[in-house]
Design a protein around this ligand. Sequence first.
Ligand code: 5GP
Ligand code: MN
Length: 317
Amino acid sequence: MTLDDILNEIQIAEKIVILTHEAPDGDAIGSSLAMKLALKQLGKTSDVIIPEFSRLFSFLPGAQEIMQESSIKEYDLAIALDCGDLKRLKSGEEYFETAKRKIQIDHHGSNTMFGDLNFVNPASPACCEILVEMFEYYGINIDKEMGTCLVAGIITDTGGFRYNKTTAETFEFTAQLLRKGVNVSDIYKRVQDTKTRANFELTKLVIDRMEILEDGKVTFTYITQEDSKKNGAEVGDHEGLVEIGRDIEGVEVSIFIREKEDGTYKASLRSSTYVNVADICLMFGGGGHQMAAGCTFKESKEVVKEKLLNEIKKVLK
Ligand code: 5GP
Ligand code: MN
């Protein structure tokens, strides 16, 4: 499977849908919108379907055209972006499954290769960075609008150029866009620094409840459904909460669990240097990256904490 095969699928398709993972972040939304712009240059119209996303991303070019659902039930081609497995597509899953051809482009090490064509590079810091490589190969002009979407994804997934998968290419590409007039500083401020009021209120709870365990190497904290309701939390308002524990000196693994509307707990794990949290989450049916991963539990928060701690303890040095 090569980039030419993907281009061929795009060229023969008429009705194209672009999909991404649930609770979409800057990389998910940025890559979806950049793909739509790239398809336009290839002479193709497409639908981006994202049922819910944080209003903090509505500044991205093309965000107003995002659809919550579509009346088309059978697309010629579905392109899934930044999504490691089929069930994470959530409500997009139906469009993906019914599409005649399925492509997925991603950077999760735990990717299950659920497309007909799979372009997966776990070494890439962001799905958006994979798209840069693809678009350059296709001779697509990465203009200011597309660049804004791509940089938003790169900043999100590199934690603002901080994580260790950030490469020289990441900076070089960003520098090129800066020269083209992309306002990197403004994008950085919007996707990395700006917090909603609900997120701020949840941050206070998360810090107050933070338990520092295992000789200071692990942190645990949580948010219940009641907390989310009380603070009017919407999709995206739990972003960043897991990173608070990880950033404490000496902490290797941070655990943040959040009760969802259906009573299940969504766990988010982050590691600082050596623990592979994707491996831990895979044991519980989830996945992700070495240093950022997640999974879902049906048990109580006490049991979830116990189960995760048990596995983490085994790999702590
Ligand atoms: P977060 O903790 O921010 O929700 O997710 C961290 C990373 O792990 C993201 O890259 C996300 O896509 C991935 N991830 C989170 N939850 C799951 C899950 O349940 N299954 C899989 N396969 N990946 C997940
Ligand atoms: Mn990503």
